[in-house]
Design a protein around this ligand. Structure first.
Ligand code: G16
Ligand code: MG
Length: 216
């Protein structure tokens, strides 16, 4: 039986991908090149350091480790400025309701995000107290598809991996759930997230009945 739901942040609870994209693009432009929204898909769920490596390779630009640290810091300053203006209106449709439904049904809830800025975002959208555990980029050393972020979440909640369902919009996140021995619900397109136990277009499509089916 399912005892806990673990939620990714970007692409599941809020759409911060647009802010990441704007900030990374500004950085690329300052280095004399650009990249498309299509390329941006490859950055979803990927850590800050790895995202920069990918972007620099697209632009054919090479930088020392020290320079890369400065560039990543610059991008983060722009990103943090943008998310400082976020409001609860930016919560994705049905997301808050479904997390509340889970809690009302007695299930534990946790956040499992690659972002080091997740606390700021949760505060801006007023959802900090809807999670029993918050595991993010400040607490993990291995990025998805490694299951570390979700296993730590299960541990903090005091539940077994097989009692958890992970909600993820990124293929690397679904792979992390599978690697951790957890069930998963993909948020997005079945073409991309076919490995998940169930795929829905957004949390507005999710119900406790569907959750029970996933647990069977
Ligand atoms: C999010 C985004 C990624 C971003 C990562 C790290 O992951 O999807 O694009 O690179 O966080 O963010 P930060 O630079 O704020 O530490 P998730 O796991 O919430 O989808
Ligand atoms: Mg995501």
């Amino acid at each position: 039986t399912i005892k806990a739901c673990l939620f990714d942040l970007d692409g599941v609870i809020v759409d911060t991908a647009i802010y990441h994209y704007k900030a990374w693009r500004r950085l690329a432009n300052s280095l004399g090149f650009d990249f498309t929204e299509h390329d941006n898909e490859k950055l979803k769920g990927v850590s800050r350091v790895r995202s920069l490596e990918l972007i620099l390779s697209w632009g054919g630009v090479s930088k020392t480790t020290e320079e890369q640290e400065l560039l990543a810091t610059q991008k983060n300053e722009w990103y943090v400025e943008m998310i400082s203006h976020m409001t609860p209106a930016e919560i994705l449709p049905g997301a808050k309701q479904f997390v509340e439904d889970c809690r009302a049904a007695g299930l534990k809830t946790a956040l499992g995000s690659a972002s080091k800025n997740s606390m700021t975002i949760l505060e801006k959208i007023n959802m900090v107290n809807l999670f029993d555990a918050i595991i993010d980029g400040t607490k993990v050393s291995k990025a998805k598809p490694d299951p570390e972020v979700f296993l730590k979440g299960a541990e903090e909640l005091g539940v077994k991996p097989e009692e958890c369902v992970v909600f993820e919009d990124a293929i690397a996140g679904i792979e992390a759930a599978i690697a951790g021995g957890m069930k998963s619900v993909g948020i997005g397109s079945p073409d991309v997230l076919g490995k998940a136990n169930l795929v829905v277009s957004g949390l507005s499509e999710m119900t406790l009945d569907k959750l029970e089916d996933v647990g069977k």
